[in-house]
Design a binder for this molecule. Structure first.
Ligand code: FMN
Length: 358
C-alpha cells in the first residue's frame, strides 16, 4: 500500500511543484492517501500541554494551508498536524512560480507569500475536522500582506480560532511577506504577545488550560537578538516555541540551479542550522518551555537528534516531497529503536538529553 503511494509521490515529482502539491492535497482530502495503523509504539507517546501525543511527529505549517486535508494527513500516522498559515482575509500570495525543488540538495525554496482562503473559509473547515480528528490539530496564524496593523490581524485570528484549535502558532518569522518579521524586536513582540494572551483568555474563558500559544522563530537571527527574543517569549509566558521557519541563507554547498531563487530554503540544508538554534533556545529557556523542532527532518536519526537537542515534538514538510508518505512509518520505527538502544524508557526522558551529563 505504502509502495503504491510512494510511487505516486515519485510521479508527482514529474509535475511542476505547485501542481504536484495541489494533486497530493486533493488525494489526501478525498481519502486516497495511505492509511497507517492508528496504534503507535508506546515508547513514542508523550503528554505536553496536558494533551497526549501518540507519537512526536507532526506535519509542519504550510503543507495544508487551507485545512482541507486534516484527516488524510492524520492517516499518514503523524501524531499531530499544524494547518495554515491563515490570514484574516483570503489572499493570493506572490506571483508564480514561487515554489522550487532542489532535488540534488533535498531542499525546497518557496516564496508563497501566505496564499490562503482566509479566516471565514478556513475556520468552519477546522471546526468540522476537529470534531473527528482524535489527535492534536493546531493552526498557524499570519497577518495579511496589505494589513494596516499586523497586530490587529493576529488579535482577530486568536479571538476567532482559540476556541476551535488545539494550539495556535504566531508566525513571527516568515521571510516572504513585507511584515512577516516585524515582531522580531523585543518591544513590539512583547506588546503583541501581551495583547494576544489577553485575547486568548477572553475568547476561551471555560478552557483549562487555555489554548496553548506558540511563537515560531526564524533561523536568520543572531545570538544577541535571539537572547532578547527568547527572554521576551519567556516573560510573556508563551506555551511553546517552534524552531524554526525557512531560511534566506544559502549555504555554499547548494548545487541546484534554483539555489539563487528568492525565498525561504527548507529541507536537508536547514537541518544543522535549525538543530543548533533549537539547542541554543533549549539552553536559554533551560528546558522550561516545550519546543517543537522543525527543519530538515528526513529520518529517525534526524528526529532523534532534534529531541536530544531539546525538542518535545518534531515537525516536517520538505522530506515528504522527496521520500513520500511511507517516510512517517519508517521514521517512527527508527526513532523507537534509537530510544531503546540508548536506554530511554520513554520519549520524554530523551528530551534535551544532550544537555545533561552522561
Ligand atoms: C511551501 C512551503 C510553505 C510554507 N508555509 C508556511 C506557513 O504558512 N507558515 C509557517 O509558519 N511556515 C511555513 N513553512 C515552513 C515550514 O513549516 C517549516 O518550518 C520549514 O519548511 C522547515 O521544515 P522542513 O525542512 O521539514 O520543510 C512553509 C514551508 C514550505 C516549504
Amino acid at each position: 500500500m505504502s509502495a503504491i503511494h510512494d510511487t505516486a509521490a515519485a510521479l508527482l515529482r514529474l509535475l511542476p511543484p505547485e501542481s504536484a502539491h495541489r494533486a497530493a492535497l486533493w488525494a489526501l482530502s478525498h481519502g486516497l492517501g495511505p492509511r497507517q495503523a492508528r496504534t503507535d509504539d508506546p515508547i513514542l507517546a508523550s503528554t505536553v500541554w496536558q494533551r497526549s501525543f501518540p507519537n512526536p511527529i507532526g506535519i509542519a505549517a504550510g503543507f495544508d494551508k487551507n485545512a482541507r486535508a486534516i484527516a488524510g494527513l492524520l492517516h499518514l500516522g503523524v501524531g499531530f498536524v499544524e494547518v495554515g498559515g491563515v490570514t484574516p482575509r483570503a489572499q493570493p500570495g506572490n506571483p508564480t512560480p514561487r515554489l522550487f525543488r532542489l532535488p540534488g540538495d533535498r531542499a525546497v525554496i518557496n516564496r508563497m507569500g501566505f496564499n490562503n482562503d482566509g479566516l471565514d473559509a478556513i475556520q468552519p473547515r477546522l471546526q468540522r475536522a476537529m470534531a473527528s480528528a482524535g489527535r492534536v490539530v493546531g493552526i498557524n496564524l499570519a497577518a495579511n500582506a496589505d494589513t494596516a496593523d499586523p497586530a490587529d490581524d493576529f488579535a482577530l485570528l486568536v479571538e476567532r480560532l482559540a476556541p476551535h484549535a488545539d494550539f495556535l502558532t504566531v508566525d513571527i518569522s516568515c521571510p516572504n511577506t513585507a511584515n512577516g518579521r516585524i515582531f522580531l524586536s523585543p518591544g513590539p513582540l512583547g506588546d503583541l504577545l501581551a495583547r494576544l494572551m489577553a485575547v486568548r483568555s477572553a475568547a476561551t474563558p471555560a478552557r483549562t488550560p487555555p489554548t496553548p500559544m506558540f511563537a515560531k522563530l526564524s533561523p536568520d537571527i543572531d545570538d544577541s537578538a535571539l537572547a532578547a527574543v527568547v527572554a521576551t517569549l519567556s516573560a510573556a509566558a508563551i506555551d511553546g516555541i517552534v524552531v524554526c521557519n525557512t531560511t534566506t541563507a544559502r549555504p555554499e554547498d547548494l548545487r541546484d540551479h534554483h539555489r539563487g531563487q528568492r525565498g525561504g530554503l527548507s529541507g536537508r540544508p536547514l537541518f544543522t542550522p535549525s538543530t543548533e538554534l533549537l539547542r541554543r533556545v533549549y539552553r536559554l529557556t533551560q528546558g522550561t518551555i516545550p519546543l517543537i523542532g522543525v527543519g530538515g527532518v528526513a529520518s529517525g536519526a534526524d528526529a532523534y537528534a532534534k529531541i536530544r537537542a531539546g525538542a518535545s515534538l518534531v515537525q516536517l514538510y520538505t522530506a515528504l516531497v522527496y521520500a513520500g508518505p511511507s517516510l512517517i512509518g519508517r521514521l517512527k520505527r527508527d526513532l523507537a529503536a534509537r530510544l531503546r538502544a540508548d536506554g530511554f524508557g520513554n520519549l520524554a526522558a530523551a528530551v534535551g538529553a544532550d544537555h545533561r551529563p552522561g
